[in-house]
Ligand binder design. Sequence first.
Ligand code: ADP
Length: 307
Amino acid sequence: MIKKEIQLKVPATVANLVCGFDILGMAIHEPYDEMELRLLSDPIIKIKHLDDFGLPEKAEKNVVGVVLRKIMEHTQMKQGFEVIIKKNIKPGSGLGSSAASAAGAAFGANVLLGKPFSYPQLVYFAIYGEELASGTRHADNIAPCIYGGITLVKSSRPLDIIPLTSPDLLVTAVHPQVEIKTSDARQILKNKIPLKDAVTQWGNIAGLITGILKNDVDLIGRSLNDVVIEPTRSILIPKFSEIKEKSILEGALGGGISGSGPSIFMLSKKKETAEKIAKIMCEEYRKIGVRQYVYVSKINQQGITIL
Ligand code: ADP
């Protein structure tokens, strides 16, 4: 039976995973958005936010509207959608806020339409939302949100997504309440990298993916190094190096900037370590009077779920 309405839990995602700039992403359990979608008899899109982030509710300005419009055009449907969003993933956090809305819209519409689309097709529709949010059609947050777990975006054009089976590691993520514009985080990056650094980065990314696929957590830890993006981008994030150093001393496998920041994430084998790291993160930001949200959860292997 085709459902007329649906409620979704849509997870935050960590893009890049240190050395996998623009190609790797991972879903986590906390924070998550709640979305409710229902079919309307007219071909219109209604969006309502139950949060107070001040996001636009006009369909053409909200990533949800842009994604649903693409699906409506593609299917030439005579009906429309109403969407109610309770967002907990703060926009601009580096935790895939716009991706969650875009992925949730594509996933929810697919269920309401009787599942005509495959996961790669849902990613294809959802990246139009990312284009609205950041000007580029990237899938590194969208893919793990839809597939769950860790995903590799082998290529964006043509879209080639490889879901990777990963060990059940713990993720500690902190979102310090400082603002970094995605455009600033992009502009600061160098356009050229020395060959020596490129070779180091290739080694790390190959090691990281091998470690993920072989369940080799020590190899994952040895490979979580970024010599290309982190050295410049981390300058924008207060307390980045202190948090990284102290987390690794406490037993973290490694970690770095989540997406374009300011959130930072760390991976650990044990829950106790992940929780100690959460404390370290809070303490570091308290010292400088920066408010912060900290989340501890396992890698989210399911991605979006129907409530
Ligand atoms: P993050 O850093 O968490 O990934 P983003 O960079 O994805 O955050 O996106 C936030 C931008 O997208 C903001 O400029 C916001 O106004 C815009 N936007 C439009 N619609 C939405 C939506 N439904 N959810 C989140 N952000 C949205």
